[in-house]
Design a protein around this ligand. Structure first.
Ligand code: 2GW
Ligand code: MN
Length: 297
């Protein structure tokens, strides 16, 4: 891709996007200042993306953590809808991380799709459940997952697919625009601001606010991302600090320093409580309702 297409090229070629029609959505931003596409419905051809991915004979990993009550509450629907919508027609390997492998629902999987269950310890604090994911993912990417997958998406479990989520989303590194914040001015974005934290962004820094409920990329890029976040979390802990939004703060710092190759519009991870909006045409993944009294003890 290289240079910013906003200049004059009407069409761009991207391996996993088919032809990118950057003018198909004139009402929204479809290109970052560093030339990465922002994928909105209508800016890609799903069939071309599918054919190009099939030609490359890819295996795509999907990781999800389901610890404690999140397993019963969210995992079945997450996996059932992933079977319906996530990378249908590609080779897919799910990695479910849980402290109770026996409780993982055994659903029938489509052809070319596999599910692996990995045991993790249950952290006492929920903040640690969330943050420890970076270290666990780093190790998995250095092991079997990293050997068998070309690209990996790492998702929160408290959501479900609601529309086709295909290879148009693939790239070396992929970040998700946060549904709450995509139209906010930068000075209001909830970055970590304490300069002692490894996740800190100074005033004026930050491109977008990215959602940690979905990130992805090549195995090599995700190894770097997870290493960065682990290291930052460890440094903060040694100083008695914890970033404002935990792993998400460190993820935002990483993507400020290492710009994502592709950005997904909030259509790819939408919060239904925000209601209908003209620019949100076809949500691909929806946040499941939270019941804090049930799950946060
Ligand atoms: C988390 C918070 C409170 C109570 C329980 C948990 C919890 C999380 C749990 O009991 N079991 C569990 O497996 N998790 C995993 O961590 C699960 O995969 C879940 O989706 C993920 C993140 O927790 P979640 O979804 O409750 O956090 P959110 O939706 O408020 O997420 C954003 O902020 C988080 C950091 O505070 C993370 O960065 C997350 O990726 C963001 O989406
Ligand atoms: Mn979540």
């Amino acid at each position: 891709m290289g240079t910013c297409p906003l200049a004059r090229m009407p069409l761009l070629r991207d391996n996993f996007t088919g032809l990118l029609h950057l003018w198909a959505r004139p009402e929204v931003l479809t290109c970052t200042s560093w030339g990465a596409p922002i994928i909105w419905d209508g800016t890609f051809d799903p069939d071309v993306a599918q054919q190009e991915a099939i030609q490359q004979n890819l295996t795509i990993g999907l990781t999800v953590f389901a610890v404690g009550r999140y397993l019963e509450k969210y995992l079945a629907r997450f996996l059932e809808t992933a079977e319906q919508y996530f990378m249908v027609g590609q080779r897919v390997v799910y990695y479910v991380f849980t402290e109770r492998p026996a409780a993982v629902p055994r659903l029938p999987l489509g052809p070319g799709r596999q599910l692996r269950v990995e045991r993790v310890l249950r952290e006492r604090r929920w903040q640690d459940v969330s943050m420890e994911r970076m270290g666990t993912l780093h190790a998995a990417l250095g092991g079997r997952l990293g050997r068998e997958a070309h690209f990996v998406f790492c998702l929160d479990v408290d959501q479900y697919f609601s529309g086709a989520f295909g290879p148009e989303t693939l790239a070396d590194s992929v970040a998700q625009l946060h549904a709450w914040h995509y139209h906010w001015p930068r000075r209001l974005l909830p970055y970590e601001s304490d300069p002692r934290s490894a996740a800190a962004l100074a005033p004026g820094e930050g491109d977008f606010y990215y959602h940690a409920a979905l990130f992805g990329g090549s195995v090599a890029a995700l190894r770097r991302l997870t290493a960065h976040c682990m290291r930052g979390q460890r440094q903060d802990r040694a100083l008695g600090l914890e970033a404002r939004w935990h792993d998400e703060s460190h993820l935002n710092k990483f993507f400020w320093l290492h710009k994502p190759a592709k950005v997904l519009s909030p259509e790819f991870c939408w919060c239904p409580e925000l209601g209908q909006r003209a620019e949100i045409r076809r949500p691909r993944l929806l946040w499941a309702p939270k019941e804090y009294t049930l799950v946060r003890d």
